[in-house]
Design a protein around this ligand. Sequence first.
Ligand SMILES: Nc1nc2c(ncn2[C@@H]2O[C@H](COP(=O)(O)OP(=O)(O)OP(=O)(O)O)[C@@H](O)[C@H]2O)c(=O)[nH]1
Length: 354
Amino acid sequence: MSEMAPPEVRPKPAIPAKPPHAVPPSASTLSIQGSGGGPSSALLGYIGIDTIIQQMRKKTMKVGFDFNIMIVGHSGLGKSTLVNTLFKSQVSRRSSGWTCERIPKTVEIKSVSHVIEEGGVKMKLTVIDTPGFGDQINNENCWEPVSKYISEQYEKFLKEEMNIARKKRIPDTRIHCCLYFISPTGHSLRQLDVEFMKRLSSVVNLVPVIAKSDTLTPEEKNEFKQRVRKELETSGIEFYPQKEFDEDIEDKNENNKIREAMPFAVVGSDKEYQVNNKRVLGRKTPWGVVEVENPNHCEFAQLRDFLIRSHLQDLKEVTHNIYYETYRAKRLNDNGGLHPLTCSAPAGPSESNV
Ligand SMILES: Nc1nc2c(ncn2[C@@H]2O[C@H](COP(=O)(O)OP(=O)(O)OP(=O)(O)O)[C@@H](O)[C@H]2O)c(=O)[nH]1
């Protein structure tokens, strides 16, 4: 498996030659602005600043990148099926032949990695599953092993960063996104749902979804969504993308639309059916095929577009700049500014089953 890391921007010292396919921008887009936001004037010719995009693209294509997604929810909610549907491949723990017939007696953390390549870009995808979550008679504190695992990954990264001889690329096992599966009961959230999301939303990018939404009628689905949204609000649970991390008005407008549509009511399937002469991913019922990518049938496509096509890089940046940074600062503060290797992590040594 190839070594992966987020793209690094390291422009060459000399002004790059204008690539043959780069079209020089019109005079109106060539400008220089004073540091105080003063009047701008036109540049005298093409420099090549815009080639940074091609340079970043080339670099990303060479090294690839990591993406770590955690799936949480009780057994049978369609977690494995949904990640397979999201990445159009068999990436879940179950698909990797890692099955256990019985429900574990405690929450376990299992991770499985794959390299997915599309358009010449490689992504090392790690799916972290949590079998046993919510499946016990007493589910009190069942968020603890998940929270501990998330902290351990921050600690691992911090230790690598603090080493004198650092690796060229620090392996990134931090969770970039935690998909939380809400049962399509049509009733209220369970105590466990509220407890988990309350605890975890301050340490990881939390994205709640309503699982198996094909089991609800459109009216039930809308009512349930409204109820869940209200309950999340009254419990003070902030999910990703949080308002406070919107960077500008454009971000805010785009994210407001997403926030208003969440939690997405999804359907997963890794089976294809023929519908109107097209192969579509769907679930066959006696009344027809529920097409997972059809926005009239469910909100899977919205979730996929948001997680992968518009916010994947942001999920990684928020993880690094907000959650990891908060962990790092607290860890160094708690240790009186000393090297964190001189005392053990608050989460304790790793015991997870990875
Ligand atoms: N109706 C419906 N069934 C689904 C959906 N997604 C998955 N299923 C079915 O639900 C069952 C469980 O799906 P899994 O993906 O294995 O669920 P899981 O949450 O990963 O289960 P565990 O591995 O036991 O935690 C399978 O029979 C799936 O075919 C869905 O969106 N709607």
